[in-house]
Design a protein around this ligand. Structure first.
Ligand code: 13P
Ligand code: SF4
Length: 308
């Protein structure tokens, strides 16, 4: 089979089987082109809820499929590649968080959406990279414990100096690997390029950026900017998508360290096999009890109530 054959078969079967395909923007171009919606973590959860389809296939990592299931419990949700996890989502256990809460009970616990459902169940409010500062600014409690990404937490603290945000040592191993020297090297190669970075990068990198935002924020900024060259400080697929969408502009990756192997695990054939496996039970389905869904949903509902 060729890429074209697999693509055509996916497009045919997804209609027949009432499947809605969601892809995070860190997926490669071939996956983005068969998806019904491509976007950042926040918009994926919004679209998972909105679709009337009976089945959702998530091309992304495990917590994204879990979030889709929590928000749409009546739909069947599948992860296209069962091995695609996010190391950051599993950096803490619920027991770790309960211990931290007991030590400082006056702090509200804010969880980045890149966490397991079990962790969300012991936190107070969820945030995404595109909503974090807005949500935290609207919280009544000024004392916050922010988990698990200390870099996103530090960025929120810099935007909201009146809040007292306690950080923990965690974060995205891919973004955190880029350092200030990488930015200087990239800038020396592309001196006219604007630097656009994700807040999962370390503060020394964020300080050197012309724009800081979620994957969608970075893409929108680049599309609307009059500038012609951009250094992209987030996963490499964003460079690829932007280059397709804005052929008159030039996009460069800030560092070749910015490749997430978990996000790159999903192939077109995984998507095809998942659609075919919906009826025979071989597809990887997210299974959660009503109690697990109710407990983890509380913190997502709190985000939605605050306007996220
Ligand atoms: P966003 O799409 O929310 O910016 O998330 C980035 C990320 O690292 C997802 O794994
Ligand atoms: Fe997790 Fe980082 Fe990969 Fe996103 S880029 S899935 S946060 S490891």
């Amino acid at each position: 089979m060729t890429i074209k054959d697999v693509t055509e078969e996916i497009l045919k079967l997804k209609k027949e089987k009432d499947v809605y395909i969601l892809a995070h923007s860190y997926q490669g171009r071939e996956i983005a082109e068969i998806a019904d919606f491509v976007g950042d973590s926040y918009m994926l959860s919004v679209n998972a809820q909105k679709t009337p389809a009976k089945n959702i296939i998530m091309c992304g990592v495990h917590f994204m499929a879990e979030t889709a299931k929590i928000l749409s419990p009546d739909k069947r949700v599948f992860l296209a590649n069962s091995l695609a996890g996010c190391p950051m989502a599993e950096q803490f256990t619920p027991a770790d968080i309960i211990k931290m809460k007991e030590a400082e009970p006056d702090r509200a616990v804010v969880a980045y959406i890149n966490t397991t459902a079990a962790l969300k169940a012991v936190c107070d409010v969820c945030v995404t990279s595109s909503t974090a500062d807005k949500i935290v600014s609207k919280m009544n409690n000024d004392k916050i414990l922010f988990i698990p990404d200390c870099n996103l937490g530090a960025y929120v603290q810099s935007m909201l100096p009146n809040k007292d945000i306690k950080l923990v040592k965690g974060g995205c191993p891919i973004h955190a690997f880029v350092n200030a020297a990488d930015v200087e090297t990239a800038k020396s190669l592309h001196p006219n390029a604007l630097v656009l970075v994700h807040p999962e990068c370390v503060p020394d990198v964020v300080k050197k950026a012309d724009y800081v935002g979620s994957t969608s924020g970075i893409m929108n900024f680049a599309k609307n900017s009059d500038a012609k060259e951009f250094l992209i400080g987030t996963e490499i697929s964003i460079v690829e998508h932007l280059q397709y969408e804005c052929p008159d502009k030039k996009f460069y990756i800030l560092s070749k360290k910015l490749i997430c192997s978990n996000m790159k695990a999903t192939t077109l054939v995984d998507v095809l096999n998942t659609i075919k496996g919906i009826d025979d039970g071989s597809a990887f389905e997210i299974k959660m009890t009503d109690e697990e869904i109710a407990k983890s949903r509380r913190c997502i509902d709190a985000m939605i109530a605050l306007g996220g």
